[in-house]
Design a protein around this ligand. Structure first.
Ligand SMILES: NC(=O)c1ccc[n+]([C@@H]2O[C@H](COP(=O)([O-])OP(=O)(O)OC[C@H]3O[C@@H](n4cnc5c(N)ncnc54)[C@H](O)[C@@H]3O)[C@@H](O)[C@H]2O)c1
Length: 218
C-alpha cells in the first residue's frame, strides 16, 4: 500500500485526486492538507510515502522542498512556478507534469513532430477563469518541445480565460496554402487521474529527480 497525502485537497484538482486515491486498490489516502480544511502539510507528512500537490503557483515550491526534506516523494501538478531550486533537493524524488492527461501528452508529441515539417505555428490555450497562471504550463512545455524538435523559435502562445472551460489547447501550424490544427480538450478533471496515479506508483523509482513530463513514465 502506498500512503498518499494530498496538498490542496479542498481544491478542484485536489478533491478529484483524493477520490481517485481512495478508489485505487494499492493506495491509502492518509492526509488532506489545505488551509481551507485547517490542516497543514507538516501535519500530514509523517503518515505519507508520497504527497500529491495541486495547490497554487506561490506555494508549490515551498511545499515540494518541505516534502523532500522530510524524505517524502512528491508528485507536482501545480503549474506556473520556478522549478530550478528543486534541482539540488536531495532526500526524496520529485516528479512534475504540467499536464497529466494522456491526450495532452500525445498532443505535445504530435505538435513537436509537426513543427519539424511546417513553417510556422501558434499555440492557443483555453482554461477556466479561476486559473491563476498564464500562459499555462502545458502551453509553455509544448512551445519548448516544438522548438527543441524543429530548431525554430518557440511559437507564440495566446491565453483565453472563460467560465465554462476546463483545460483545452490548440496548436495551429501554417505553411504554403495549408494549416494543420492539433487540439486537445480536457472536459472533465477525471482525464488527469490515470496519469496522477501512475506518477504516484512510479515516483519512488525515478531514473533522475526532478523529472518533468508524463511522457517519461509511459
Ligand atoms: N498538471 C495538470 O495536469 C493540471 C491539471 C489541472 C490543474 N493543474 C494545476 O493545479 C493547480 C490547482 O488547480 P485547481 O484548479 O485545483 O485550483 P484550486 O484553486 O481549486 O485549488 C487549490 C487549493 O490549494 C489550496 N492551498 C493553497 N495553499 C496551500 C498550501 N500551502 N498547502 C496546501 N493547500 C494549499 C487552496 O486552499 C485550494 O483549496 C493549478 O496550479 C493548476 O494550474 C494542473
Amino acid at each position: 500500500m502506498i500512503r498518499v497525502a494530498v496538498a490542496g485537497a479542498a481544491g478542484k484538482m485536489g478533491a478529484t485526486v483524493c477520490a481517485a486515491v481512495e478508489g485505487a486498490d494499492d493506495m491509502q489516502l492518509t492526509g488532506r492538507a489545505d488551509p481551507a480544511l485547517g490542516t497543514t502539510l507538516a501535519q500530514v507528512l509523517p503518515d505519507a510515502d508520497v504527497v500529491v500537490d495541486f495547490t497554487r503557483p506561490d506555494t508549490a515550491l515551498a511545499n515540494a522542498l518541505q516534502c523532500v526534506e522530510a524524505g517524502v516523494h512528491v508528485v507536482i501538478g501545480t503549474t506556473g512556478f520556478e522549478l530550478e531550486p528543486l534541482r539540488d533537493a536531495r532526500g526524496a524524488n520529485v516528479f512534475v507534469a504540467p499536464n497529466f492527461a494522456i491526450g495532452a501528452v500525445l498532443m505535445m508529441k504530435f505538435a513537436a513532430e509537426a513543427a519539424r515539417h511546417m513553417a510556422k505555428a501558434e499555440v492557443i490555450e483555453l482554461h477556466h477563469d479561476q486559473k491563476l497562471d498564464a500562459p499555462s504550463g502545458t502551453a509553455k512545455r509544448t512551445a519548448e518541445l516544438m522548438a527543441e524538435a524543429s530548431g525554430k523559435p518557440e511559437p507564440p502562445i495566446h491565453s483565453v480565460r472563460l467560465p465554462g472551460l476546463v483545460a483545452h489547447q490548440e496548436v495551429i501550424l501554417g505553411d504554403l496554402g495549408q494549416t494543420l490544427t492539433i487540439r486537445h480538450d480536457s472536459i472533465d478533471r477525471a482525464s488527469f487521474m490515470p496519469g496522477v496515479l501512475l506518477a504516484v506508483r512510479k515516483v519512488a523509482d525515478l531514473p533522475s529527480s526532478p523529472l518533468v513530463g508524463l511522457e517519461h513514465l509511459l
